[in-house]
Design a binder for this molecule. Structure first.
Ligand code: ADP
Length: 573
């Protein structure tokens, strides 16, 4: 893409430079043609004027063999020439012999020389004006010859000629640093700013033409070497290659002649401009590339810095996470410790509750015993043995009942041994029922227990399992306190190969949704009485977990709460 743009720009610039060069070349050519024609026109009248001169005519008629008269005419020609500043003025007779010449006193005087071989003589002798460019046979100086017939009584008696030296023009071109040359009809260069190219031909000259040139000695002894010109394409134009140099060549016909004027200008402005644009293009591309590379590097740097920052952030987050995990572990440990403490605290709270119930239960028999004892005193006094016996039997049974209560109390208060051994789930349910008996009775709660006729053993601690059921009993009783209908606690136990399952459900108020969510949270309670610490179920949950069991709470379809407990079964070996 980049190189295509450079190529297009360079082509476009080259082509427009070539156009400009062509334009100026054409202007220069017109100027050179005008100067050349002006130079020739300046002397055109001279042969004509000479042909009308009386002395000239006399020389050609009466004084043909009079050297004195000839000298006189030559002298007058020299004077005219001095004024006109032409090269040479001379007069020839009908045979082409020069009778008088402005250079009669020079070594190279034309006087006495015959030029009948020159075409300008032949043209004039035939009645027309002659025009001819040739190298002087005597002087060796190239010049442009213009001739006119001299008439006497209507017939041609001789020829008047002016030779114009065009070398100053050539010199002018050269001095101006211009590259100009003029070719004749044969392609021979006869005027050129570059002297080496003079009398070389642009093409090979046909043999008869060559012979003619030799005859009229137009270019002296010239060999007419070929000046090789090759056409080579350049930016929408053609260049001409001459002797290793490339030029833009513009050619123009010179009016009233069969000459052509050639103007050469170096193509270096074209190639230089192209080179410059290519250099600029490459420069721009390189700059863009460097810029692109720079931007890419910057972006990569920014990305890598960002990545490094992100990595740092991640590391920081990781560190934070590790700290949090560590904290969680510690909290968990603390919670476990707290939970163990709560189990004990919960047990004590339950004990407190039970103590009140037990105190109430014990007070009654004590009061009864007191009244029986006082009765016994009067029976003894009256010797009523029968009544005395009855009363003592009552006292004995009441004491037995009290003994049973205290035995249970002792049993519960005993700190869990934490000894793991096979325990019977149904037995634990019954024991808890016993402990709760006074409360159940006071609240008129009916307990329905259905079990399979199999022993249902699990691994664990008896007293802790009893506490689980005591808690469940108590919560059920509390939930049924305010209801109008029947107060029933239904307990179902079942066993599979691997599990023992206990379902405790009641006909109480049931569990609301928010309660279900927080049920096992320590100190969560909906009860307002001071004994309800909200520890029961959290302790229960902890004990069940210790026994590797599960507890799940839900509501019965026809109301009331339902707790499903499952424990891994203890298999006897
Ligand atoms: P507490 O009995 O001291 O309130 P718990 O942890 O034993 O503490 O019970 C938490 C809460 O769970 C109770 O306050 C009660 O709202 C609810 N709950 C427990 N068992 C039942 C049940 N059988 N029926 C209805 N609600 C219950």
């Amino acid at each position: 893409m980049g190189s295509l743009s450079i190529w297009l720009a360079s082509y476009w610039l080259g082509a427009s430079t070539a156009l400009e060069l062509r334009e100026t070349s054409r202007e220069r050519l017109s100027l050179y043609e005008a100067t050349l024609l002006g130079e020739l026109d300046k002397y055109r009248y001279l042969p004509f004027v000479l042909s009308g001169n009386e002395d000239v005519k006399e020389l050609l008629t009466t004084f043909q063999n009079d050297p004195y008269f000839a000298n006189k005419v030559s002298k007058s020609l020299a004077e005219t020439n001095n004024k006109a500043e032409a090269n040479v003025l001379y007069i020839m007779d009908k045979k082409g012999n020069t009778l008088a010449s402005s250079n009669w006193q020079d070594k190279t005087s034309f006087v006495g020389h015959n030029y009948s071989f020159r075409p300008y003589f032949q043209d004039a002798i035939e009645g027309s004006e002659g025009r001819f460019f040739a190298i002087g046979t005597i002087s060796g100086i190239p010049g442009f010859f213009m001739s006119h017939p001299v008439y006497e009584d209507g017939s041609i008696i001789g020829v008047a000629v002016v030779k114009v030296n065009l070398t100053p023009l050539q010199q002018q071109w050269n001095d101006g640093g211009e590259n100009v040359y003029i070719t004749d009809e044969n392609g021979v260069i006869f005027l050129a700013s570059q002297k080496d190219w003079l009398y070389k031909s642009l093409r090979s000259i046909p043999i008869e033409q060559l012979q003619k040139l030799q005859r009229n000695k137009q270019y002296g002894e010239s060999k007419f070497d070929i000046l090789r010109t090759d056409r080579i394409k350049v930016a929408g134009d053609f260049s001409t290659k001459i002797e290793g140099e490339r030029y833009l060549e513009t050619i123009q016909d010179i009016a009233n002649t069969n000459w052509k004027i050639h103007y050469l200008v170096s193509i270096s402005p074209i190639t230089e401009n192209q080179r410059t644009i290519v250099a600029i293009g490459i420069g721009v591309i390189v700059t863009l590339l460097v810029l692109a590379l720079f931007i890419r590097e910057r972006r990569e740097k920014v990305i890598s810095t960002r990545r490094a920052l992100e990595a740092e952030k991640m590391e920081e987050m990781n560190r934070q996470l590790e700290i949090e995990i560590e904290e969680r572990r510690r909290t968990e440990k603390e919670l476990r410790a707290a939970q163990d403490g709560l189990v004990q605290a919960g047990k004590l709270a339950a004990l407190g509750q039970m103590s009140a119930a037990i105190a109430y239960e014990i007070n009654q028999p004590i009061a009864a015993i007191q009244s029986y004892v006082s009765n016994c005193v009067s029976y003894l006094r009256n010797q009523d043995d029968q009544e005395l016996n009855n009363s003592l039997t009552e006292i004995s049974s009441l004491t037995e009942k009290m003994g049973m209560i205290t035995a249970q109390l002792k049993n519960f208060a005993r700190k869990s041994s934490l000894k793991v051994r096979p325990i019977d789930v149904v037995k634990a349910i019954n024991k808890a029922g016993h402990l709760m008996q006074p409360v159940l009775k006071a609240q008129s709660v009916f307990v329905e227990l259905s079990t399979e006729p199999k022993t249902m053993l699990i691994s664990g601690d008896e007293i802790r399992l009893e506490q689980v059921f005591v808690n469940l009993y108590r919560n059920a009783v509390d939930a049924m306190k305010t209801i109008k209908g029947e107060k029933i606690i239904t307990i179902n136990t079942s066993v599979t190969d691997t599990q023992v399952r206990v379902i405790v459900s009641d006909t109480g108020t049931g569990l609301e949704k928010h309660v279900l969510n927080e049920l096992y949270d320590p100190f969560f309670t909906t009860k307002s009485n001071s004994e309800s610490l909200g520890l029961g179920l959290s302790i229960t949950y902890g004990i069940i977990k210790d026994l590797k069991g599960e507890i799940q709470a839900s509501n019965n379809p026809d109301g009331g709460a339902c707790f499903v407990l499952s424990f891994p079964r203890y298999i006897e070996k």
